[in-house]
Design a protein around this ligand. Structure first.
Ligand code: MN
Length: 204
């Protein structure tokens, strides 16, 4: 495959056991190496199919092809942000700083109120999906998105600052069906400084 015309699986910015006990080595490894990889492979296969159809001059079912492309690229991009949104146990969690703290306090009234709304968004995703903190530059508001699958309910053009994967594949080995416990654990390993850097970059 030609370089830079296809997606590739990024390395994790930490070791597979660094998020324990909040996310086990077994859970993280399968999530990264199997699930995330599947979206990379899926997206690339569809891009190759598009390349081939254009070369051969054949028609594709555009509706189903583009739906599958959106699903797989969405999955790849969200996972690629999810990994650096987490930090090793002991380094993640804690206090928010900088523009992130100011922005969240202004919009939600308090950090606790934001965390409550975000957790409620995460726990209540119907089926598989994501809770996402995004930012609207038109209104200067941080806005929570509740993405279904990897690509439904997305606001076009909003910058995504922080994501939490609440597909069962993200937590089932560690938490079985108890999504709320996984969401609670997320606050211990969230990389607030990384989220803050994304926001400060955006506000420049
Ligand atoms: Mn996932």
């Amino acid at each position: 495959m030609e370089k830079n015309r296809f997606y590739s699986l990024p390395e994790l910015p930490y070791s597979y056991n660094d998020l324990e006990p909040h996310i086990s080595k077994e859970q993280l490894k399968i999530h990264h190496q199997k699930h995330h990889q599947a979206y990379v492979t899926g997206a690339n296969a569809i891009l190759e199919k598009l390349d081939k159809a254009r070369k051969d001059g054949t028609d594709l079912d555009m509706k189903s092809t583009l739906r599958a492309l959106s699903f797989n690229i969405g999955g790849h991009l969200l996972h690629s942000l999810f990994w650096p949104n987490l930090a090793p146990t002991g380094k993640g969690g804690g206090k928010l700083r900088g523009a992130l703290r100011d922005t969240i306090e202004k919009e939600f009234g308090s950090i606790e109120r934001f965390k409550k709304e975000f957790a409620q968004a995460a726990v209540s995703v119907e089926g598989s999906g994501w809770a996402v903190l995004s930012f609207c530059k038109k209104t200067n508001r941080p806005i929570i998105m509740q993405i279904e699958k990897h690509n439904t309910n997305v606001y076009p053009m909003f910058k995504i600052l922080m994501v939490l994967d609440v597909w069962e594949h993200a937590y089932y080995i560690d938490y079985k069906n108890e999504r709320a416990k996984f969401v609670d654990a997320f606050w211990n390993i969230v990389n607030w400084d990384g989220v803050n850097r994304r926001l400060e970059e955006l506000l420049k």
